[in-house]
Design a binder for this molecule. Structure first.
Ligand code: BV8
Ligand code: ZN
Length: 246
């Protein structure tokens, strides 16, 4: 326990000295809200892997199946609340002169927690996009019809998220890279750091001289390259870390 206290102390010091902080979050920050992660035991859905369903090919082949997958996630997510980890990042945003939150998650929990300077790299499960007229709108209907139609043109709607094999919105990615390029300290919270290009943001931070602190239940492929790896639950460690700035 002493080691983690010393690590929290050190991380708190770096944050106190930082003018610019960037946080990158993954599914692990929402795990304590009850959201299944991708690679954990609960990473499966009816025997399918998310990586098999969250693709343009799967949607072209069987849009009903892909919409069943997203409707299942929308129904599951609708009642869930931000947890102490999401809330600790709100306090961090208030304390740090320049704080950017970059999330890989599409669960909307950072937005619902009140995060302001938020970059959603992979989109948002409550946003839909028409495959014909490309109109993007927020839609919180639960569940959506099996093949939801655009109100404007009747075209088939799809989730406004980035699927595997699709490029991220360049404007969004540029905003994330700019925040990472200029930060003094980067926090990497609850991500297995396997999905690109999000995972490479950690290398960008290290290459520009930022201190990088990881918060995760277990080591990741990047842990050994970072300045500190705090092992434990984000909902426990993040509030303790932010307390050191109070
Ligand atoms: C692109 C939206 C380029 C959809 C998502 C090499 C080989 C094969 C493929 C590739 C490759 N390099 C790149 C690719 C392609 C692919 C990719 O990275 N594949 C991976 C699987 C290898 N990348 C892409 O396709 C990207 N696009 O590269 O385009 C391109 C170029 C030209 C032309 C065309 C294309 C697009 C990627 C975006 C995919 N969309 N989400 C949806 O959600 O439905 S990704 C999705 O999975 C999430 O958004 C997230 O990013 C990722 C899951 O990762 P994590 O968030 O890290 O979650 P995970 O479960 O893995 O880990 C949870 C962690 O939390 C664990 O470490 C655990 O220990 C920890 N944890 C758990 N509980 C807690 C905790 N930590 C703290 N506290 C706790 N309580
Ligand atoms: Zn339309």
């Amino acid at each position: 326990m002493a080691a983690i206290a010393a690590d929290l102390q050190q991380a708190g010091l770096w944050l106190t000295e930082s003018k610019r902080v960037a946080a990158l979050t993954g599914a692990g920050i929402s795990a304590e809200s009850g959201v299944p992660t991708f690679r954990g035991k609960d990473g499966l859905w009816q025997g399918f892997k998310a990586t098999d369903l969250a693709t343009p090919q799967a949607f072209a082949r069987d849009p009903k199946l892909v919409w069943n997958f997203y409707n299942w996630r929308r129904e599951l997510l609708a009642p869930l609340q931000p947890n102490p980890a999401h809330k600790a990042l709100i306090r961090l945003e208030e304390k740090i002169p320049q704080f950017s939150l970059i999330t890989q998650n599409i669960d909307d929990l950072h937005r619902r927690a009140g995060s302001k300077n938020l970059v959603e790299l992979h989109g948002n499960i409550w946003m839909v996009r028409c495959t014909r007229c490309h109109l993007v709108s927020r839609n919180e209907e639960v569940p959506l019809p099996e093949l939801p139609a655009c109100e404007e043109c009747g075209g088939l709607l799809r989730p406004h998220v980035v699927w595997f094999g699709e490029q991220l919105d360049p404007t969004i990615l540029d905003k994330a890279v700019a925040a990472i390029r200029s930060c003094d300290t980067m926090l990497v919270i609850g991500t297995s750091a396997l999905v690109q290009p999000a995972a490479s943001l950690v290398i960008v931070a290290k290459e520009q001289g930022a201190r990088v602190v990881e918060i995760n239940l277990e080591p990741t492929p990047y842990s050994h390259k970072l300045d500190l790896a705090l092992q434990g639950k984000a909902g426990v460690l993040l509030p303790q870390l932010v307390e050191r700035l109070e």
